[in-house]
Write a protein that binds this ligand. Structure first.
Ligand code: UDP
Length: 235
């Protein structure tokens, strides 16, 4: 395998499947099966999961709710998604640990970096819930932070589009896809890959990001094998 330790970022919205809200059990099962295939090849897998399918702090704030209160709800939403993913993976026979950035000890282990690395070395999938544990951040920032902390080789951002385009392919039919692009070019062209905080953290720590379509079967394996699908953001 091309990558030995990966950090997979899954958005909360990805878990909705074709629903408008919440979690689609079939989608979860598909993800678990895809992850199982790469675990069996010996790849160490850590996952950061979003919460946008349940709650986003900014959405609360736009309706008059205190932003920090909303972000706490968003962070709890990521723990709910983490539990759902853990359960789906256990159904597939994958040993899994959920670590949370906010203490919720009866439900998930607290985030302890050395323990997370130990789990990975033992072949367990580690799901990081609770984002960074701080309001005003996103789970993309959590993904980059955790990836750096555990010395992941790469961040794999699984989305519903198959890479980074010159403009939004869902709105603009003339949009073209990049096979690879530099961090500087993404910023210069104003392309949306992650929020700026997350993106520059990745750039400063020389951690490559691959954006790929996680909803096509077999794609995760292809990316981890080093096949050139999706878009790779390099220095
Ligand atoms: N959140 C937060 N701090 C973090 C990560 C997440 O406060 O470090 C909150 C924030 O309100 C965010 C919500 O959790 O809107 C869900 O995360 P995100 O929007 O990143 O989920 P995704 O878009 O990946 O589904």
């Amino acid at each position: 395998m091309h990558y030995k330790r990966i950090l997979l970022k899954l958005s909360g919205e990805a878990l909705m499947g074709n629903r408008q809200y919440g979690i689609d059990p079939e989608r979860l099962q598909e993800y678990a099966q895809e992850i199982k295939e790469i675990i069996e090849k010996g790849v160490q897998v850590a996952i950061v999961i979003g919460g946008g399918n349940i709650f986003r702090g900014v959405a609360g704030a736009s309706r008059g709710m205190d932003r920090v209160q909303g972000d706490h709800m968003g962070m709890l939403a990521t723990v709910i998604n983490g539990l759902a993913l853990q359960s789906a993976m256990e159904d597939e026979g994958i040993p899994t640990r959920l670590q949370s950035a906010i203490k919720i000890n009866e439900v998930a282990e607290p985030f302890i970096r050395r323990k997370a690395i130990r789990h990975l070395e033992k072949g367990r999938v580690v799901i990081f819930g609770g984002g960074t544990g701080n309001p005003y951040f996103t789970t993309d920032s959590a993904a980059v932070l955790r990836a750096i902390e555990i010395h992941a080789d790469v961040i794999l951002k699984g989305t519903r589009v198959d890479g980074i385009y010159s403009s939004d392919p869902e709105k603009d039919t003339t949009a073209t896809k990049f096979d690879s692009i530099s961090f500087d070019d993404v910023l210069r062209k104003g392309l949306k890959v992650m929020d700026t905080t997350a993106f520059t953290l990745s750039q400063e720590n020389e951690l490559p990001i691959i954006v790929f379509d996680m909803n096509t079967k077999g794609n995760l394996m292809k990316v981890v094998s080093g096949e050139n699908i999706g878009t790779k953001v390099n220095l």
